[in-house]
Design a binder for this molecule. Structure first.
Ligand code: F6P
Length: 343
């Protein structure tokens, strides 16, 4: 079988692990050959590709980013679906394995509906895809952010400061929640639950007085109740209509300094969370996913993604997985409230 691989959307630690495992499994267990499309959906749309053989992928498991490049090109439009089908036919591709988040897999579902044999692999550091227990890249991002907060904390404590750390998460607060819990933060502020600025300020002021520091982890998409912390406006929008967010940490730090009367600093972790080598958990997960994707194609499956569910790798319909974002249930945040730092 000739299989096309591509990595769409924002990059994510572990993409190379999926590519490697797919090629090793396909080539060694089935005699498949592979073509790597470059820069996400731009590859099949513009005929940008490279052959992928075992020697190309053997050493890439610990590498961050993606050897195929990524882009946020939207393939879901009808004219583009036709162009991609034509390119796949010209390249003699029998099946496609797109690796990506909600947008990439949404386009994969449309392609499968148009008759292309397609098995997706879910990725996003945000962990906001339905149908899977966790997405690869998330655990690495949480590890990186946790280590950063641990380091920031020693300097904050030395100076009796409050620290506001902004993590990724436009619509879902999984990273903020997990980093907040992992670092015993005063609060994790997430997009799913509007936060009360006076409550956060009171908590921060009391903690700095009692313990010499306080950490607030805020997701980039978090919103204050009644617009108490106004975010950016007029930010750029990508092909999927996603607004570029960010900057809430600085605004929040300023408001907390006023209200709590403490010295405050802010840090935006940004793309540091997406860069570099995947952690061991993500290396193993991506290895299992890449191999399982090839096996699903050989079973004749299409319109599905491979996913970690209860410890096993299973297949889930792409339509189901992309129907709704997996956000943090407000009751989950509430249930964890006693576990955050308080004076
Ligand atoms: O979708 C993953 C993500 O990392 C979001 O958390 C973040 O808002 C966005 O990508 C950043 O995108 P870009 O790389 O285009 O700046």
């Amino acid at each position: 079988m000739r299989i096309g691989l591509l990595t769409g959307g924002g990059d994510c630690p572990g993409l190379n692990g999926v590519i490697r495992a797919a090629v090793l499994q396909g080539a060694r267990a089935h005699g498949d050959d592979f073509i790597g499309y470059l820069d996400g959906w731009r590859g099949p749309l513009e005929g940008l590709s490279q052959p992928l053989g075992v020697p190309d992928v053997e050493e890439i498991l610990p590498l961050g980013g993606t050897i195929l490049g990524a882009s946020r090109t939207n393939a879901g439009r009808a004219d583009r679906i036709d162009r991609i089908k034509a390119q796949l036919a010209a390249d003699g591709v029998d099946a496609l394995m797109p690796i990506g988040g909600e947008d990439t897999l949404g386009a994969a579902a449309r392609l499968a509906g148009a008759g292309v044999r397609c098995v997706g692999v879910p990725k996003t550091i945000d962990n906001d895809l339905s149908g899977t227990d966790v997405t690869f890249g998330f655990t690495t991002a949480v590890e990186i952010a946790t280590e950063a907060v641990d380091r920031l904390r020693t300097t904050s404590r030395s100076h009796h400061r409050a620290l506001v750390v902004e993590v990724m998460g436009r619509h879902a607060g999984w990273i903020a929640l997990h980093v907040g819990l992992a670092t015993s933060a005063a609060a994790a502020l997430i997009p799913e639950v509007e936060f009360s600025l006076p409550d956060v300020a009171a908590r921060v002021g009391a903690l700095v007085a009692a313990r010499r520091d306080a950490v607030v982890v805020v997701a980039e998409g978090a919103v204050a109740r009644a617009g108490a912390v106004e975010g950016d406006s007029g930010a750029p929008v990508d092909e999927f209509g996603h607004v570029q967010v960010g900057g809430i940490a600085g605004l929040l730090a300023g408001r907390l300094a006023e209200l709590a009367g403490v010295e405050t600093r802010s840090v935006v972790l940004g793309h540091v969370q997406r860069g570099g080598s995947p952690c061991a958990f993500d290396r193993v997960l991506t290895t299992r996913l890449g191999a399982a994707g090839v096996e699903a194609l050989h079973r004749g499956q299409s319109g599905v993604m491979v996913a970690l569910r209860g410890g096993a790798i299973e297949t889930v319909s792409l339509a189901e997985a992309t129907a709704t974002l997996k956000t943090v249930p407000p009751q989950t945040l509430a249930a964890h409230a006693p576990l955050f730092a308080a004076a």
